[in-house]
Design a protein around this ligand. Sequence first.
Ligand SMILES: Nc1ncnc2c1ncn2[C@@H]1O[C@H](COP(=O)(O)OP(=O)(O)O)[C@@H](O)[C@H]1O
Ligand SMILES: [Mg+2]
Length: 327
Amino acid sequence: MQTVVEAEGLTKVYAPRHRGAKPVVAVDGIRFAVRAGQVFGFLGPNGAGKTTTIRMCTGITRPTAGRIAVSGFDIVADPIRAKERIGVVSDAAGLYTEMDAWGNLLFFASLHNIPSGKAAARAEHLLRLFGLNDWRHSPVGTFSTGMKKHLAIAVALMHEPAILFLDEPTTGLDVQSARQLRTIVHDLPDHGTTVFLTTHYIEEADRLCHRIAIISGGRVVAEGTPAELKDGAQGEHAIDLCLDRDANGVAGALAQEPCIREVLVTGERLRLRVEDPAVVFPLLLDTLGSHGLKVLSINTARPSLEDAFVRLTGLRSEVLQNEKEHR
Ligand SMILES: Nc1ncnc2c1ncn2[C@@H]1O[C@H](COP(=O)(O)OP(=O)(O)O)[C@@H](O)[C@H]1O
Ligand SMILES: [Mg+2]
């Protein structure tokens, strides 16, 4: 399979912000390859180095070390040819709010010297693809945040880039717009665009990406398909229980058991990470019984991407999850 983006030894060290401070190693020697026709995701918490990576890949920030090739063109040595093959959206900024959607699309086409007939056909196609056809003559200033985001992506696709970079595309969008956007992003490879996106939403990475790199502290700590990453957490199962009363009183006793790796309590709900459910069950039911707790339901689950993330990064999944609740 053809590789669209190839990064090796990619490093970015920011100079200290003030005297006496240490330099910040934002990206620490990472390597990855994005294959044609795929959605490739960088999953990691805030400060992991996701935006810095995109800025280096798109030629906005110069790497301190390492190299990046886009469709074979080095972004530092051959920036013009590399950038012709890149579309990038970091936020909706860059749109002209007093112009309508059509005007924005054609203006960006002119910047790329796309002949007008071709530009019009491309704009038509993209307005339909992004569900903006009915608003083509409305000033962009009247658009919702979700519509602006859709248009920003359409604009970035006008010159038919080989790769589209999306930095946290659904952050700040309402649930409905985020869902619409994910559907579109998911389908982009079918329309000939390879996608590189960053996210701190586990479900988003799981649903959208053919391959995921988990990034933490400027390093790629794991890379693979969602299924491979979940397999990486193999030898681990989750047991979910629903009890008749608050489970906090029993958590301490369970956590002491060597066959139980982790105990998470939310009210009457209990989640255990264990190696072998068969070993855990008798002991679990005993312990719950001796605390006078009744089991209302019990389920065992295969490791999720969240389990893999926790295991691979050593971080608590809340570094990603909390922000989801504030959407
Ligand atoms: N212009 C900058 N100058 C100094 N440090 C920076 C700059 N931009 C980002 N950083 C630092 O680099 C690290 C990675 O940041 P960033 O790439 O924005 O992460 P993410 O996008 O994953 O949240 C963070 O510690 C951040 O504070
Ligand atoms: Mg960022």
